[in-house]
Design a protein around this ligand. Sequence first.
Ligand code: V47
Ligand code: SF4
Length: 379
Amino acid sequence: MSNGTIQKRLSEIRGKVENAQRLSFDDGLFLDKNADLPTLGELANIVRERKNGNVTYYNVNEHLNPTNICVYRCTFCAFRSDLKDPRGYKMSDEQMLERAREADSRGCTELHIVGGLHHQAPYEWYLNIIKIIHREFPDLHLKAWTAVEWDWFARMTGRPTKDLIAEMRDAGLGSLPGGGAEIFHPEIRPKICEYKADASIWLRIHREAHELGLRSNATMLYGHIESIEHRLDHMIRLRELQDQTGGFQTFIPLAFHPDNTRLSHIPKPSGLMDLRTRALSRLMLDNVPHIKAYWVMLGIQIAQVSQSYGADDIDGTVVHEKIYHEAGSDSPQEMTVASLRRLIEESGRVPVERDTLYHEVIREAGRNWKQGRQLLSVG
Ligand code: V47
Ligand code: SF4
């Protein structure tokens, strides 16, 4: 393709972005092959600022991983353990309540609960986690269980996933996290996470959650054996579901961390790829309100720069994260609110604390907080 043809096509795509028109798979492919980093960033920033202005969102949260014992063996996972491995653990109810108590006393608005699919833990064990934490800490939003876990619950119980989601919602579940999506494309998925819920199951479960009035997030694991075509396919499948339900709040591209995994020969994605992937996600997912630069996974510096490459959210204080730290992440275990706010301000954005459902959080003295207005989030 001549330079003139490339420039003409780029300016057509720029026109689409400026006029809020949808980009096609081929537009995405063209941008990936031909747009340099500043151009991609500039285009993504147009969408980012149209949807979220100059704000970057953060939340005050903690993670709870009730068990790392897992029936599956995803090749990218350093977190899982075999049943008999000394690394394996399963938390008691008291340990989990203690963790929730800690989160509540730190003023957290959210507990993010995901873990392994334990060979011997029945569905009732998972249900009970939601029940006991919600009973004692009703103000803590419980964002729990990936679609892979919901599918596992259905396989264990023989019950439809939609019934199980409704049951947990009634017990105190607040929303679904975006994990387990990995890469949907069938050329890749069976090679990295054989046997676990496939694309159609993952998407069906999120559709069901949205139909039941719950919001959810979506992730994409990049930088392993997939190509740009697989990443674009992944984004477009999510975009199609979002057109129908509008239930996704945030898209979170997750950079692969190779240490201690069966794919440890693959190098970690570069900072350049992290920025390009976030920018392309912002451009392709025109109907998803937010793009997250998850600082635990990206590191603080790239999370900051990402605020000019499409991202408008950096997740939260986190605390007790295991999945990335087992896989070689050298980012800190937790961030204070003051450092989160400082890193957002340094990147030229205005920090706004949100709850899981993107209401502004109004802090009163100490750990007390109340829900403010629904924040600007134009789908
Ligand atoms: O599904 C596992 C990924 C996900 C590795 O919804 C890895 O707000 C990179 O989904 N290298 C779980 N990635 C984390 C997740 C998440 C994180 C933050 C916020 C939200 C949200 C969701 O982590 C898994 C998998 O895709 N993962 N191992 C690894 N070695
Ligand atoms: Fe199990 Fe999740 Fe790890 Fe896969 S990514 S092995 S499902 S804990």
